[in-house]
Design a protein around this ligand. Structure first.
Ligand code: KG4
Ligand code: ZN
Length: 344
């Protein structure tokens, strides 16, 4: 089963070829970060236009590198939500056109399902059931995953997503967009214990998160320190380290609570913030001392990519073989789309 995956939900054009037997054959990613940087964030219209320019040439590169031809494809998988409406339309309309031209089924894939199944592309491979910690720029969720297609929301952020908080605090510290990687790089040279920052909802009775109060606490400190003339480069690094430690503390504690709640011993971490080294080492250490296993996607597959979309489709088809017969040429995008047990 050979599937072409197309991902255009935000600011990365991801194309990949995934085979059910041989795994990931080839993938290409074009990041729009440089294009959006001067605006301090993603400009949706520019994102859509760039996806339109990139998708076809990247498909050609992937096909050439893999040595496969379009006639060997069994299906096309495309992210149909959630994400930016125009950006989603760019990928889905090209997928639908290709499907019609090549007489291939086109499968709509939920972006978060792509992320949450992506650790199954790594080794060792987690076994079902597991708890998934999904930490991206738009989402922070804990899910109980029984099997492919069965996802139960255990908790989520009530305000900012973890990645969004990283991006906003990075901007407060004068770091370029996207802030997550830059902030964690700066944090490596800082002292996490210099400033006492809050750990929002750490001891709440539920599995929800909140990060906007933490962001406000950093903003207030930045304002005060600036007024006092104490905002030097060392202080920037200490603030970054303190913020990162607070986020990681909360994510680690809630993940442990979710595992206990779901009576699971496997934690799967995915989404862009899953590339954070402190989070990875903290969860791995917690798992070793508390008796659970932690699985991450390969670091290059943490952020948005086409491989996770093709891979999710291959797993979906494997779990429900009639799925390909149900695919039709009409398409729709869902900029807002909750992932749940009934997600088609
Ligand atoms: O999953 P993703 O690529 O896109 C969404 O679906 O949102 O996640 C992007 C987010 C951004 O907020 C980015 O700042 C964050 O992931 N991120 C990181 C790191 N790498 C990416 N956050 C913290 N540490 C990192 N190393
Ligand atoms: Zn994503």
């Amino acid at each position: 089963m050979l599937v072409l995956g197309i991902e255009t939900s935000c600011d990365e054009t991801g194309i990949a070829l995934f085979d059910s037997g041989r795994g990931l054959l080839s993938q290409r990613l074009h990041s729009q970060v440089e294009m959006h940087r001067s605006f301090g964030g993603v400009v949706p219209e520019l994102a859509s236009r760039d996806h339109i320019r990139r998708v076809i040439p990247l498909i050609e590169e992937v096909m050439t590198e893999s040595g496969c031809s379009l006639s060997e494809l069994d299906a096309i998988a495309v992210t149909s939500g959630p994400g930016l409406g125009g950006a989603l339309l760019a990928g889905t309309s090209i997928a639908a056109g290709l499907g019609l031209a090549l007489d291939l089924p086109v499968l709509p894939v939920h972006h978060l399902e792509g992320h949450l199944l992506s650790p199954l592309m790594g080794a060792p491979r987690p076994q079902f059931p597991f708890v998934a910690l999904l930490v991206s720029g738009g989402h922070t969720q804990l899910m109980a995953v029984e099997r492919v297609g069965n996802y139960r929301l255990l908790g989520e952020t009530v305000d900012d997503a973890a990645g969004e908080a990283f991006d906003k605090v990075a901007s407060l510290l004068g770091l370029p967009y996207p802030g997550g990687p830059a902030l964690s790089h700066l944090a490596a040279s800082g002292r996490a214990d210099r400033f006492a920052l809050p750990r929002p909802m750490l001891h709440s009775a539920n599995l929800d998160f909140s990060f906007s109060g933490l962001k406000t606490a950093v903003a207030t400190l930045v304002q005060r320190l600036r007024a006092e003339g104490g905002l030097d480069s060392r202080t920037h690094a200490d603030l970054a380290a303190g913020f990162q430690a607070a986020v990681v503390d909360v994510l680690a504690a809630k993940s442990a609570a979710a595992l206990a709640h779901a009576r699971c011993t496997a934690l799967v971490v995915s989404g862009g913030v899953g590339a954070n080294q402190l989070l990875r080492s903290r969860l791995a250490n917690d798992g070793a001392t508390r008796g659970y296993s932690v699985y991450f996607p390969p670091p290059d597959l943490c952020t948005d990519n086409g491989a996770m979309i093709a891979h999710a489709a291959v797993l979906r088809i494997g779990a429900q073989p009639g799925l390909l017969d149900m695919a039709n040429v009409s398409f729709n995008v869902r900029p807002r789309w909750a992932l749940g047990p009934e997600t088609p």
